[in-house]
Structures are given as structure tokens and as C-alpha cells.
Design a protein around this ligand. Structure first.
Ligand code: TZD
Ligand code: CA
Length: 526
């Protein structure tokens, strides 16, 4: 009989999970023994960075990705980063090591006590198989649950299981295939079509799932067909629509009252591929204007169930877009007429305004550049200056959990080696995922990190104003020189002092990672 380990490796290979992001401990070593040649183990130096890199890689490739973490302490370290992967609906399969079976009950050192309960609030499925012979099947379930639910899963495996022999059924998992088709019924499709076609002023709201599912261009066709304004859903983690398209109205503000205001005058709001809604600032009010109806189409059943208003159809938004496109009249020929960006704002003194930095990115980087952004006080500057017209151009920590940006950028760059990738990272955010620079250097990932140094947690200063807390301690972060930090991790870096220098540096295309530090003026997110 083959070993559990052998079948597990073979299963992962057949399912395409051969890139493993991990940080090992003793419990994990037996899983890593005899790892076949065609596996690639990507070491991260902290579990938050491991998770963030895997998240970026899985989002960029669109495939489930394996993460290997140490028992409770390693898994616990990854939990902040896991909140982002949950919100972006990234199919990560976390396999963690566990003490040997005889030592779990007595809580020998490095036991993961009640392993599945540790992760349960976040992951879609978590288990520790009841015996070694169930490990191959359970690994299959972890992969398929992640794929079907589009949510991370967690499997804890006692380390003596890997060398155990499979039973007669152990290899059955190798031939498994699990797929889902979630097309709406004729009646459901007809009902949506009728309401969209009869709406006087429909509005479209698109979520990150539209980009994750490869529906970016279809969404453009639908909006142009309807001639309706388009918003990106609030707390956006992917850009689902070209941001300078004449029908684009921006990212919805993340508050109840302002969202209601935005929909004023629209009789129908069609939300595709997003929760309704991911509010942030508590700005109470009516959910919708009087007489406005809302229809949500999402594959995320729990997002449909917890929405506070509207009708929901749990189905593939792509299928709904397709049936609407088929049924609605074709539009008159129209040129898209993309809106030009305004002149960037400038700052007093020696620092650059973030708008100047973003205008430089827009002008100097190729059109197909993918940006991973974790800079919180600069979002309005970002959207005023950028011109993103391609799918997969934008990633942001989906649950607001800092520490995704830098690792996520490494993962996106590894997942899409043919595309230029730029991380746009604040001097606060960088610290939560800084260790990913080491992995980028070791793998010579051709990533550019633009480090925006304003010396403070800018967004929290702004939030302090909103919440009436002008005097909170712990918001300034002076004395950080990321060029020296990056050099220590093996990443080439430079500090740029002028706009000309920045533009010149950005026009270079090195084949290795680099960090470009630029001092920026403090701005507000909106
Ligand atoms: N810790 C984690 C893991 N996630 C968080 N979101 C925070 C703390 C709180 N936080 C924010 O929500 S924004 C922010 C913090 C600390 C400041 C980020 O600073 P930055 O960006 O330099 O990256 P800005 O542009 O200066 O705001
Ligand atoms: Ca900052």
C-alpha cells in the first residue's frame, strides 16, 4: 500500500496545487518529506506574509493554493491575514501539522489543542481526520470545499499520519473531480430580465467577484447595453470595471446613508458579485431610497442570507450577465470616451503629493500593470489619477487587514509572471508584511514596491477626526528608512527626492525586486 503522504502528494499534483506557500515547524516536516521535484515550496518568514503571498497568488491565478503552516502558533499568526482571504473569497487550502496522535490528549508541546475550533470562525471548513487512513479523503474535501465555497479551509494532520499506509480506498481520491454549475432557472432568469428591462433608471453595482471570475469585460458590455451608471461595491478588493469609463461612478462610499443618497432617482439597483453591502463607517440612515428595489446576484450564499434588504439570487453572476446581454437590444455604436485624469495636485515643501506619484505610475508603467495597493489615506488621490482598463489590475486587502499588500504583491507577481506588478504600500502597512521582501529577493520576483512615506498612520488621523478623537497616541511612525530595511532583506532600493527622479526610476524595468521610497504629503482618504 502506498503511504498517506504519497497519495496526498499525488492528489495535490493532479489538482494543480504544486506551489506550496509555507513556514514550517517540526510537526510539518513529515508532510514535506519526499516532496516531488515538480513541487515548488515558497518559504515566507512570518505566517501573515505566507498567507498574504498565497492569497495574492491564488487571486492572480484563479486557482486554489496550498498553504502549509505550523500548528496553533503558526496558524494563529496567519489569522489576521486570513480575514482578507475570507473577504476576497480566495480558495486557500491550509494544511497544518499536529503532534503525533498519542500525544494530543496529554497536550505535549506543539499540540494544536482543538485544532479545528481554533480556525472555525474564519474558514469555511476545518477538520482533523479521525484516523490516518482518512487523511487523503479529507485533503480532497479541504480542496473541494475551498473551491466550491470560495473560502479558505483548514486541515490539521497529526504528523505520524503521513508515513502510515493507506487502506484499500486510499487512492480513490486521486480520481475525484468536483465541479459546480450554478445557472439560474428559466423562470429566475426571466424574472430578472423583466425587471431590468422595465426599469426606468437601473444602476449597476459590481463586486470584486466580477474581476475574480473573469467577468470584467462582460460587465462593461452589460453596462454599455443598459447605458446605466456603474459603481464598484464598497470596501472594494478588486476593480470590476474600468475606472475612467464614462459610465463609472466610482467606489460606493462605505456607509448606509451615503449609499442611499447615491441611489437617489434609481428605481432598480442590480448588485452583481458583491455582498449587500460591506459598510465600514457607521453612518445610519435608510438602506435604500423610497421606491428603489434591489436585486443581488451572488454565488456567496451567506452574503445573500445576511443582506439586510433586497431580493437575492444565489447563482453565477456571469450567467445572469450572459442572459441579459442576449435578451437586451444592442446599443448604438458608441466610442467609450474615457475620461482624462485631472492635473495632479501638488504639495508644499519637499514631499510629493500622492496624486503626483500615482500620475507617474499611470504614465510610466505599461497599461497591463497589476497594482496591489495598501495605502489607506490615499484612496481618493488614487482613483483621481489612475486609469485602469484591464481585468486583474487592482488588489486591496479585502477585510481591511493590513499585511496583505506587500506579501500579496509578491504572490500576484509570482502568479502572473508575464505582467508587470507594482505594490503601492504605505509606511505603516509595510511593517505588517515586510518579511515578504525576503521571499521576493530569494525568488528574484520582478516586483516594484513604491513605498509611500508620510511618517504616520494617515487614515487613522482622519478617522480620529470623524470619531471626535483628535488626541489618540500611537499614530506617528517616524524614523523608518525602508531603503535600509529592504537592503537587509536583499532587495535593491532607492529613495527618490523629486518627481523627475521618480519618473525616471519607474520607467526602468528591472528583472528583480526593488523598493522605491518616496516621501509624500498627508492626505485624507475622501
Ligand atoms: N492592524 C491591522 C492588521 N490592520 C489594520 N487595518 C490596522 C491595524 C489599523 N489601521 C488601519 O485600518 S489604517 C492604518 C492602520 C494602522 C494606517 C496605515 O498606515 P499607512 O497608510 O502608512 O499604510 P496611510 O496612507 O498613512 O493611512
Ligand atoms: Ca503612512
Amino acid at each position: 500500500m502506498p503511504s498517506v503522504r504519497h497519495v496526498a502528494h499525488e492528489f495535490l499534483k493532479r489538482q494543480g496545487l504544486t506551489t506550496v506557500f509555507g513556514n514550517p515547524g517540526s510537526n510539518e516536516l513529515p508532510f514535506l518529506a519526499d516532496l516531488p521535484e515538480d513541487f515548488r515550496y515558497v518559504l515566507g518568514l512570518h505566517e501573515g506574509a505566507v498567507l498574504g503571498m498565497a492569497d495574492g497568488y491564488a487571486q492572480a491565478t484563479g486557482q486554489p493554493v496550498l498553504v502549509n503552516l505550523h500548528a496553533a502558533s503558526g496558524s494563529g499568526n496567519a489569522m489576521g491575514a486570513l480575514t482578507n482571504a475570507v473577504a476576497s473569497r480566495t480558495p486557500l487550502v491550509v494544511v497544518a501539522g499536529q503532534q503525533v496522535r498519542p500525544a494530543i490528549g496529554l497536550e505535549a508541546n506543539l499540540t494544536n489543542v482543538d485544532a479545528s475550533a481554533l480556525m472555525k470562525p474564519l474558514v469555511g471548513w476545518a477538520a482533523e481526520p479521525a484516523c490516518a487512513q482518512d487523511v487523503p479523503r479529507a485533503l480532497g474535501q479541504a480542496v473541494f470545499e475551498a473551491q466550491l465555497q470560495r473560502r479558505p479551509t483548514y486541515l490539521s494532520v497529526p504528523y505520524d499520519d503521513w508515513a502510515a499506509d493507506c487502506d484499500d480506498n486510499g487512492a480513490a481520491v486521486l480520481d475525484r473531480q468536483v465541479q459546480r454549475a450554478s445557472v439560474p432557472s428559466a423562470e429566475q432568469g426571466h424574472s430578472i430580465l423583466e425587471r431590468v428591462a422595465s426599469a426606468r433608471r437601473p444602476a449597476l453595482v459590481l463586486g470584486g467577484d466580477i474581476d475574480s471570475a473573469g467577468l470584467f469585460d462582460d460587465a462593461v458590455r452589460l453596462a454599455e447595453r443598459l447605458g446605466s451608471p456603474v459603481w464598484a461595491a464598497p470596501s472594494q478588493f478588486r476593480l470590476p470595471f474600468p475606472n475612467r469609463h464614462p459610465l463609472f461612478r466610482g467606489v460606493l462610499p462605505a456607509g448606509i446613508a451615503p449609499i442611499c443618497d447615491a441611489f437617489e432617482g434609481h428605481d432598480l439597483v442590480l448588485v452583481l458579485g458583491a455582498p449587500v453591502f460591506r459598510y465600514h463607517e457607521y453612518l445610519p440612515g435608510r438602506y435604500l431610497p423610497e421606491g428603489t428595489r434591489l436585486i443581488q446576484v451572488t454565488e456567496d450564499a451567506s452574503a445573500a442570507a445576511r443582506a439586510p434588504m433586497g431580493e437575492a439570487l444565489v447563482a453565477d453572476p456571469g450567467a445572469v450577465i450572459e442572459l441579459l446581454l442576449k435578451a437586451l437590444d444592442a446599443p448604438a455604436e458608441q466610442s467609450p470616451g474615457y475620461q482624462p485624469a485631472p492635473e495632479p495636485l501638488t504639495a508644499d515643501g519637499s514631499s510629493l503629493h500622492p496624486e503626483q506619484v500615482f500620475a507617474a505610475l499611470r504614465d510610466e508603467l505599461p497599461d497591463d500593470t497589476a497594482y496591489v495597493v495598501e495605502s489607506t489615506s490615499t484612496s481618493s488621490s488614487w482613483w483621481r489619477q489612475m486609469d485602469l482598463r484591464r481585468p486583474g489590475s487592482y488588489y486591496f486587502p479585502a477585510a481591511g487587514g493590513l499585511g496583505f499588500g506587500l506579501p500579496g504583491a509578491v504572490g500576484v507577481a509570482m502568479g502572473q509572471p508575464d505582467r508587470p506588478v507594482v505594490g503601492v504600500i504605505g509606511d505603516g502597512s509595510a511593517n505588517y508584511g515586510i518579511t515578504a521582501l525576503w521571499t521576493a529577493a530569494q525568488h528574484r520576483v520582478p516586483l516594484t514596491v513604491v513605498l509611500l512615506r508620510n511618517g504616520t498612520y494617515g487614515a487613522l488621523r482622519w478617522f480620529g477626526g470623524l470619531l471626535g478623537v483628535p488626541d489618540a497616541p500611537g499614530l506617528d511612525i517616524p524614523g523608518l528608512d525602508f531603503t535600509r530595511i529592504a537592503e537587509g532583506y536583499g532587495v535593491a532600493s532607492q529613495h527618490v527626492n523629486s518627481l523627475e527622479e521618480l519618473r525616471a526610476v519607474l520607467s526602468e524595468r528591472p528583472d528583480h525586486p526593488r523598493l522605491v521610497q518616496v516621501d509624500t504629503a498627508l492626505t485624507t482618504p475622501s
